[in-house]
Write a protein that binds this ligand. Structure first.
Ligand SMILES: *[C@@H]1O[C@H](CO)[C@@H](O)[C@H](O)[C@H]1NC(C)=O
Ligand SMILES: *[C@@H]1O[C@H](CO)[C@@H](O)[C@H](O)[C@H]1NC(C)=O
Ligand SMILES: *[C@@H]1O[C@H](CO)[C@@H](O)[C@H](O)[C@H]1NC(C)=O
Ligand SMILES: *[C@@H]1O[C@H](CO)[C@@H](O)[C@H](O)[C@H]1NC(C)=O
Length: 408
């Protein structure tokens, strides 16, 4: 694999700024000024030469070497330092390529790209890597730039940052880029404004499309390893689910032998299914991407819970597994490679809730007060439901009560 490793650009820029600052303070000493200006000129010349070298220098390095190099970069320079990944033009030589849908072609052109410049960062979300053990449950919510209304309602409802039952819940939205031209600029500005007010967005410079969701997940895990490795548990899910995060905390606290340092990966378990070979499907995977007719067991990507241990196992495994564009299946592949498996949790209803009575109110809070997650909710429904399930006066009869989560 060919990758270009940049030097620490922002560190150099900082050097230039500091030099300018010093120069402006030394006007009275003309001789020294000329000397410094001369030195600065030489320095700038040197920079130009370096950047030309840098442009022409292609290094052949493995992913492991990238990993090591990454660790050497300082935190600040790291964020901006990944160069744009180049299209792999040989992908067009794959048998049957021209007959594949556009988004699959795009995927094949960029499948090898794993690192993208980060536009919005939150290095202190967990109080820094060392203190990140104070975060019990980190909510990692996939949200594309357009979904402003969903983010707004989640901030006020189940994704509110708070202490519940004595432990911290923190929130992060993960995003790429959407739109073109002015629209793209506007959406970037939107995220930037939200970030200023709420400090809850990680954004990278890649197209936020369905087939790039795996990339988004892996970029998040890379961020987590650096900035929040000790958080105990993660909820990973979509921005249109109703996630009962109070119940999640209670469930996770009930795991007596696991504080996040052991394997946990649970949600809506999907087994014995394989790639969908119909090009019209949202989930289409042609044989050119995966030959096998069977996926390993995985949990539906609408939302699942995992320990930070398992998150890091998945991240480690991912370095040697080519990206599959369906994110939840890909996580199942990483688990399988580590000899681990996902588990089923009855409280996770990514396919919606089964309501036994045809004439029942499908938004009766009694159906929701004991679940962990239900897919999918509109923002207004979310807002009402979150308040109704928390109402201490909520009375539910036995006939429509769901079993208690602790017994599932
Ligand atoms: C990079 O690696 C490829 C294949 O591993 C090899 O063909 C190529 O010559 C290498 N390029 C350089 C500059 O070392
Ligand atoms: C580019 O695509 C070809 C065809 O799929 C593949 O053999 C090759 O390994 C790819 N190169 C990189 C850098 O991923
Ligand atoms: C993923 O993002 C990259 C970088 O923006 C883009 O070039 C590529 O087309 C995207 N892939 C898909 C399948 O959308
Ligand atoms: C992941 O890999 C790193 C570096 O190779 C290692 O230190 C760490 O223990 C691994 N983590 C897990 C959970 O396997």
């Amino acid at each position: 694999m060919q990758l270009r490793i940049p030097d620490s650009i922002s560190a150099r820029q900082t050097g230039v700024l500091v030099t300018f600052y010093r120069v402006s303070r030394m006007r009275k000493n003309k001789a020294r000024y000329i000397l410094i200006a001369g030195a600065l000129g030489l320095f700038v010349l040197h920079l130009c030469k370096e950047s030309v070298n840098h442009k022409t220098r292609q290094l052949n390095i493995s992913e492991t070497e990238v990993h090591n190099k990454r660790k050497q970069l300082t935190k600040k320079s790291y964020v901006y330092s990944w160069p744009k990944c180049q299209q792999n033009t040989s992908a067009a030589l794959i048998k049957g390529f021209s007959g594949l849908p556009q988004n699959i072609q795009d995927f094949l052109y960029y499948q090898h790209c794993r690192h993208f410049p980060q536009l919005l960062d939150l290095p202190n979300k967990c109080g820094g890597a060392d203190k990140s053990g104070e975060v019990f449950l980190l909510l990692v919510i996939k949200s594309s730039p357009n979904n402003y209304d969903r983010r707004e309602v989640l901030r006020k409802t189940w994704a509110k940052e708070r202490i519940h039952n004595g432990v911290w819940i923190r929130r992060i939205f993960i995003s790429g880029m959407a739109g073109d031209g002015f629209e793209r600029e506007r959406l970037n500005k939107l995220l930037e404004l939200e970030q200023r007010e709420f400090s809850d967005i990680l954004q990278w410079d890649f197209s936020d499309t369905f087939y790039n969701l795996t990339l988004k997940q892996m970029l998040f895990l890379e961020w987590m390893e650096r900035n929040c490795p000790k958080a105990h548990f993660l909820f990973n899910g979509d921005d249109d689910v109703f996630a009962h995060t109070d119940n999640m905390v209670l469930y996770l606290q009930s795991l007596e032998d696991n504080d996040g340092s052991k394997h946990l990966f649970t949600g809506h378990l999907i087994q014995n299914v394989g790639p969908i070979r119909e090009p019209q499907s949202k989930y289409f995977i042609p044989v050119q991407i995966q030959k096998s007719e069977l996926y390993p067991p995985y949990c539906g990507g609408g939302g699942f819970l995992l320990s930070s241990y398992t998150a890091m196992v998945i991240y480690n495994m991912s370095e040697s597994i080519p990206i599959l564009p369906i994110d939840d299946v890909y996580m199942g592949m990483c688990l399988a490679k580590a000899g681990l498996g996902p588990a089923s949790h009855m409280g996770v209803k990514t396919a919606g809730l089964y309501i036994p009575f045809t004439n029942a109110d499908v938004y009766n809070p009694c159906y929701y007060k004991d679940v962990l997650l239900v897919h999918r909710f509109l923002p207004a429904q979310m807002y009402v439901m979150w308040h109704r399930v928390q109402d201490p006066n909520l009375k539910c009869g036995h006939s429509n009560q769901m079993p208690n989560i602790a017994t599932l």
